[in-house]
Design a protein around this ligand. Sequence first.
Ligand code: DGI
Ligand code: FE
Ligand code: FE
Length: 194
Amino acid sequence: MNLETLREATRQQMPDKRWKHTLGVVDTAIKLAKRYGGDPDKAELAALLHDYSKAWAIDRMEAVIRQHDLPSELLVHDKELWHAHVGAWAVESEHGITDAEVLDAIRYHTSGRENMTKLDKIVCLADYIEPGRDFPGVNKLRELAKISLEEALISAFGSTIEVLVERGKRIFPLTVLARNDLILQFKLAQTNEQ
Ligand code: DGI
Ligand code: FE
Ligand code: FE
């Protein structure tokens, strides 16, 4: 598996704007990995592939979920969640990516999950704060990202949950589990520091 081939294949899945976002996530993920003692190579690969299926047609994603036994629960939640699971399936089946850590970081980059790995956290946070992102509160997240992966993600998931509630949307349970777990991890880390 050659990184240049993967890069080209990924670029071809998406419009230019999404590709630019992807490059921003790659850059940011590598920086976060270096800052927090993660693996920069895995961070680069997972970030490159994180939105592989983002621009796929809804019908195509639904077919993958149904035909390849991805969690059917996805079908009753926001379609924005689908590309993460479908993308992990796609890069494994189309490009032979087998690194479970990388596949999980892609699979959970939107929702998060309980017991997020360092790589999960890095990719998820890089996705929120890459330089091209512009939403209320993004600069606060960029500042928090300099202090703590956990604290930044607690805030990021909190804002996402607030927006979903405001819009009357359902919340994927993994996001709530992820946030609860991160709060516990963050508190424990603070207690240990004292
Ligand atoms: O693919 P991106 O746009 O780069 O970012 P993403 O994969 O984090 O997708 C974010 C979108 O997913 C955002 O608009 C909120 C939406 N979403 C819908 N339901 C949920 C959700 N995000 C989370 N974390 N949890 C949900 O339940
Ligand atoms: Fe995404
Ligand atoms: Fe993204």
